[in-house]
Write a protein that binds this ligand. Structure first.
Ligand SMILES: N[C@@H](CCC(=O)N[C@@H](CS)C(=O)NCC(=O)O)C(=O)O
Length: 197
């Protein structure tokens, strides 16, 4: 049995939970309240020196961090990773982009409004510009596609839906990106996702 150390408000943590649920991997969920510093205690830092969730304890006692590394590990050999080498690399292309260009904009805008209590007009306009650019990039990627990397659900869809579905919390409107909005609903139904947006 694996243990997921996570914060239920974190898209990065929910990715891990949804992947485990989808694959039927049994897990125990341990709530870590990052706003209370629970990811910075000595015992947590012993599991993940970066002091971040998600962190998992695997069945053999080893630990693993970084949401996309964790879901890759859980999904190894499953249909969530395309067999075709190009599609597999395409999936990774989206996942790397998610961590570098999407999460640091869409999720950070959300964090500042939802957790730090900023109003939309208090956000750095450049942050909102970059978040909009990320959602437009996603919109273009989904224009003629049902799923991001292949003709079936992959880890790329799971990784990217996590914060995209919460974009409204960061002052962004999904209705401005119709292909993205339709894809979010599709992935939520496919997985299925029951966590509130
Ligand atoms: N790239 C990491 C990001 C992890 C991350 O930023 N986690 C946040 C919550 S979403 C966290 O633990 N913040 C608490 C802290 O840094 O003290 C991943 O994908 O897992």
């Amino acid at each position: 049995m694996i243990t997921i150390y996570g914060d239920p408000g974190s898209g990065n943590c929910l990715k891990v939970k949804w992947t485990a649920e989808r694959l039927g991997v049994p897990f125990t969920w341990k709530n870590i309240d990052i706003m209370q510093g629970e990811s910075r205690t000595p015992s947590f830092l012993a599991m993940n020196p970066a002091g971040q969730v998600p962190t998992v304890r695997l069945a053999d006692g080893r630990h693993l961090a970084q949401s996309n590394a964790i879901i890759l590990h859980l999904a190894e050999g499953s249909a969530l990773i395309p067999a075709d080498p190009y599609e597999r690399a395409k999936m990774l292309e989206w996942m790397f982009w998610e961590q570098y260009s999407h999460e640091p904009t869409v999720a950070v805008a959300r964090f500042q409004m939802k957790y730090l209590g900023k109003r939309r007009d208090e956000l750095d306009p450049k942050l909102l510009e970059r978040a909009d650019l990320a959602l437009r990039r996603l919109e273009a990627g989904l224009a003629a596609r049902t799923y991001l990397a292949s003709n079936a659900l992959t880890l790329a869809d799971i990784a990217l839906v996590a914060y995209t579905r919460m974009a409204h919390d960061g002052g962004l409107r999904l209705s401005d990106y119709p292909a993205v909005e339709a894809w979010v609903e599709r992935i939520e139904a496919d997985l299925p996702i029951r966590d509130p947006r």
